[in-house]
Design a protein around this ligand. Structure first.
Ligand code: SAM
Length: 266
C-alpha cells in the first residue's frame, strides 16, 4: 500500500481535480462542519486541506507522502505516521475529522465498515466527520458513451476521466471494488490511442501517463454509489447525510458524507 502512494507522490504535481480538491471543496468541509475553532483530525496529508481548523493533526501511513506533499508542521498543525484502522486517539476524544477520498482507497466493504467503526469510536458524542466520496452512479455508464464524451471534449480533466473509466468497470454490491490494475486495463481498452486522446482534449501525454502508476500496484479501490455508502455509515452513526461540494467536473459524484452522532459500540 505505501509503495503505491510513494509512486503517486512522485507525480503529484501532474494530478489535478477532482483527485486534488479544488477551493470549493475546501469551503464545503468548512461550511458543513464549522471547523474554524476546532482541532481537526485529517486522514491523509492532502495539502489543500491543511489550513482547515484552528489546529490540525493529520494521520498518514506513508512517510513518503508526509515528507513529499504535507506542507510542513507548524505551531498549529502536524502530521503523524499512523494507521486509520488503529488510530492513536482515545475513545470519544476527537472533535472533528475529515478525509478526502479515503473510503475509495481502502478497498472492499469490510474495510469501509472497519474505517467507519474506527471513526465512530474516536469521535466525541458532539463531534462531526466528513469524507469526500468518489461515488459511482446508480446506473453504470456505458463505456462507449464515456469514450465519446471524452473525445468530444466533455470531460473536465484527465483525472475526472480516470474515475469515469474506473466506474464503468467496478464489481457489483456489496463491495464495488476494482484493482487499480483493472482501471489501467479498462482505460487501455477504451482509449488504445493516447495521442488521439491528447490531441482531442489538450491533455499532455505525461498527465495521461500518470495512469501507468497503477501497472505495478496491488492496491484495490472502490467506487460505491452514495446511497450504498450512506447505508453503510448508518450502522455507525445516527446522523448521516450527503452535502454538495460544488460545481467542478465530476462534483456530482464527489459529495461529502457528513457523519454525526456516533452510535455507542455494541
Ligand atoms: C487521502 S487518500 C486520497 C488522496 C487523493 N485525494 C486521491 O484520491 O488519490 C491518500 C492517502 O491515504 C493514505 N492512506 C491510505 N490508507 C491508509 C491507512 N490505512 N492509514 C493511513 N493512511 C492511509 C496514503 O498513504 C495517502 O497518503
Amino acid at each position: 500500500m505505501t509503495e503505491h502512494w510513494s509512486a503517486i507522490r512522485r507525480h503529484w504535481q501532474l494530478l489535478g481535480s477532482p483527485l486534488r480538491p479544488p477551493p470549493e471543496v475546501v469551503e464545503a468541509y468548512d461550511r458543513e462542519l464549522g471547523l474554524g475553532r476546532s482541532h481537526v483530525v485529517m486522514f491523509g496529508v492532502t495539502p489543500e486541506l491543511a489550513g482547515l481548523g484552528a489546529t490540525m493533526t493529520s494521520v498518514d501511513e506513508s512517510c513518503d507522502m508526509i515528507a513529499g506533499i504535507w506542507p510542513g508542521d507548524t505551531d498549529t498543525r502536524k502530521a503523524v505516521r499512523g494507521d486509520w484502522f488503529d488510530l492513536p486517539f482515545g475513545d470519544a476524544s476527537v472533535e472533528a475529522l475529515i478525509g478526502d477520498g479515503c473510503l475509495s482507497v481502502i478497498g472492499a466493504a469490510d474495510f469501509r465498515r472497519k474505517l467507519l467503526a474506527s471513526v465512530a469510536r474516536t469521535l466525541r458524542a458532539d463531534g462531526r466527520a466528513a469524507f469526500r466520496l468518489y461515488a459511482s452512479p446508480e446506473t453504470p455508464d456505458d463505456p462507449r458513451e464515456v469514450r465519446a464524451l471524452a473525445l468530444a471534449g466533455g470531460v473536465s480533466t484527465f483525472h475526472d476521466l480516470k474515475w469515469r473509466v474506473a466506474m464503468t468497470a467496478i464489481a457489483g454490491a456489496p463491495d464495488y471494488t476494482i484493482p487499480v490494475t483493472g482501471i489501467l486495463e479498462q482505460f487501455d481498452r477504451m482509449f488504445p490511442d493516447r495521442e488521439e486522446l491528447s490531441a482531442r482534449t489538450g491533455w499532455e501525454l505525461p498527465v495521461i501517463g500518470t495512469i501507468d502508476v497503477y501497472r505495478n500496484s496491488s492496491v484495490v479501490y472502490s467506487f460505491a454509489p452514495a446511497a450504498a455508502l450512506t447505508e453503510e455509515a448508518r450502522t455507525f452513526f445516527d446522523d448521516v447525510r450527503l452535502a454538495s461540494t460544488g460545481t467542478y467536473g465530476l462534483a456530482e459524484r464527489c459529495p461529502l458524507l457528513v457523519l454525526r452522532s456516533p452510535k455507542c459500540p455494541g
